[in-house]
Write a new protein. Structure first.
Length: 398
C-alpha cells in the first residue's frame, strides 16, 4: 500500500477529531462564550450541514485541479479555521469558522478518496479506502478522548490548537508524499469520460445503482450515529454504570470500529454484496438486542464493541461499490459518498433526539437505530434486484 494513502488517513484523523470532539467540549464553550448549551450544539449541526453541501460543490469546483494542490489547500484552510476558532471570543465567528472547517473537510474527503483509489489497483480499492476512512475510527478511539483531556487541562481552545497543528503537519506530509503530477484524471481514464468535466461525471452517476448505494450509506450511518450520540445515557441510566465508564465505552466502540473497518476493507474487495448482506442483517439484530437487553451490563459492553465493528465494517464495501459503479466519476463519486455519510450522521442523532423528547426513554435512540436498518435492508434487496437485472440485460450491438 503506498505511503501516501496512510498520510491521507492521518489527515482524516485530524479532521475526524475536530468533527467529533465537541461532544466533550460543549459545556466549556457554552460557559466561556456566554451562550446556551443548545446554541453551542449548533456548532455540531453547522459542521454536518457544511459537510453535506461542501463535498459535491467543492469537488466539482476544483475538478480539474491537481489532487495534491487541492488536498494541501483544503488542509491549509482547515488549519487556519481552527486557529481562528481557538482565538475568537465571539460565538458568531466560531460558528462561521466551523462552517468553513466543514467545507474544507468535505472537499478534502472527496479528493482524498479519489486519490487513494487512483493510487492502487482495482482489487485493493476497499483496503485503500479503509485506511483513509480508518482515520475517523482512530479519531474516535484516541483523538476525541485526547481532545476532552486537553479541554479539561488547558481549556477548550487547546483542543482547537492541537487540531490546527496536526492539520498543518498533515498538509506538509501530503505535499511531500503525493507526486506533483497527481491530477484528478489518470491516464487510464477514457477520453469519453474526461471531455465533459462535471457534466460527464454527473452522467456517470445517473446509474440507479449508484443512488441506491448512497441511500444505503445514509441509512446505515443514520442508525450508527443515532445510537453512538446517545450512548452515554444508555450506559449510565439504563445499564447503571457510573459516569466514569462513558469515555471507556466510547473508546470500546471506536476500537470495534477500527477493527471492523480493517476487516471490512479486506473482505469488501472480494465479496462486497455478501459483506453488506450478512453485515447489515447482523447490525439490525444487534441494535434490536441492545434496545431490549441494554440494561444488562455484559450485553451492553459486548454489543458496544460488536456494533462498532459491524457498522464501520460496512463502510469500505459501500464506498468501493460507489466507485465501481461510477467509474467515470472518480471525484464526484467520492464527494456524494461523503455527503451521504454526513446526511446520516446529521439525521440519525436528530431522530434519536426527537424520540427522547417524546418521552420514550433512554432506549429510544437505539430503537430508532434498529428501525432505520429495516428500510436499509429493503434498499439492499432493491440493490440486489437491480444488480441481477443489469447482469441479465441484453448487450446492444452497434
Amino acid at each position: 500500500m503506498p505511503v501516501a494513502v496512510f498520510i491521507l488517513g492521518l489527515a482524516v484523523f485530524a479532521q475526524g477529531t475536530s468533527e467529533f470532539m465537541l461532544s466533550g467540549l460543549l459545556p466549556d464553550i457554552s460557559a466561556d462564550l456566554g451562550v446556551s448549551l443548545s446554541q453551542a450544539g449548533l456548532l455540531t449541526s453547522a459542521f454536518a450541514i457544511g459537510m453535506v453541501v461542501g463535498a459535491p460543490v467543492l469537488a466539482a469546483a476544483t475538478l480539474h485541479w491537481p489532487r495534491r494542490r487541492s488536498l494541501v489547500l483544503f488542509l491549509s484552510v482547515f488549519a487556519a479555521a481552527h486557529v481562528v476558532s481557538a482565538l475568537t471570543p465571539d460565538y458568531a465567528v466560531l460558528l462561521a469558522a466551523r462552517v468553513v472547517s466543514a467545507l474544507a473537510n468535505a472537499g478534502f474527503w472527496a479528493v482524498a478518496a479519489a486519490a487513494a483509489v487512483a493510487m492502487v489497483p482495482v482489487s485493493a480499492r476497499a483496503r485503500a479506502l479503509a485506511i483513509v476512512v480508518g482515520g475517523v475510527t482512530v479519531a474516535c478511539v484516541a483523538g476525541v478522548p485526547a481532545g476532552a483531556v486537553l479541554g479539561q487541562l488547558w481549556g477548550w481552545r487547546s483542543a482547537f490548537w492541537a487540531v490546527a497543528v496536526l492539520s498543518a503537519l498533515s498538509a506538509v506530509a501530503v505535499l511531500r508524499a503525493l507526486p506533483s503530477g497527481t491530477t484528478r484524471r489518470t491516464a487510464s481514464t477514457s477520453p469519453s469520460t474526461t471531455g465533459g468535466g462535471v457534466r460527464a461525471e454527473l452522467r456517470a452517476l445517473a446509474d440507479r445503482r449508484v443512488a441506491v448505494t448512497y441511500l444505503l450509506n445514509a441509512l446505515i450511518q443514520g442508525a450508527t450515529f443515532c445510537a453512538f450520540t446517545f450512548l452515554a445515557p444508555l450506559v449510565t441510566e439504563v445499564a447503571g454504570f457510573g459516569e466514569g465508564w462513558v469515555p471507556g465505552m466510547l473508546v470500546l466502540f471506536g476500537a470495534g470500529a477500527f477493527l471492523g473497518i480493517t476487516l471490512g476493507g479486506r473482505l469488501g474487495d472480494a465479496h462486497p454484496m455478501r459483506v453488506l448482506g450478512y453485515g447489515m442483517t447482523a447490525l439490525t439484530a444487534g441494535w434490536a438486542v441492545l434496545a431490549l437487553a441494554g440494561g444488562n451490563q455484559v450485553v451492553l459492553v459486548t454489543l458496544v464493541f460488536l456494533q462498532g465493528l459491524l457498522a464501520f465494517g460496512l463502510a469500505p464495501a459501500l464506498t468501493s461499490r460507489a466507485y465501481q459503479l461510477a467509474a467515470g466519476a472518480p471525484t464526484l463519486a467520492g464527494a456524494f459518498a461523503t455527503a451521504a455519510f454526513n446526511v446520516g450522521a446529521a439525521a440519525g442523532p436528530g431522530l434519536g433526539g426527537l424520540a427522547l423528547d417524546a418521552g420514550f426513554g433512554f432506549r429510544a435512540p437505539v430503537w430508532v437505530s434498529a428501525g432505520l436498518m429495516v428500510p436499509a435492508l429493503a434498499v439492499l434487496a432493491w440493490a440486489v434486484l437491480l444488480e441481477r437485472r443489469t447482469a441479465h440485460a441484453p448487450v446492444s450491438r452497434a
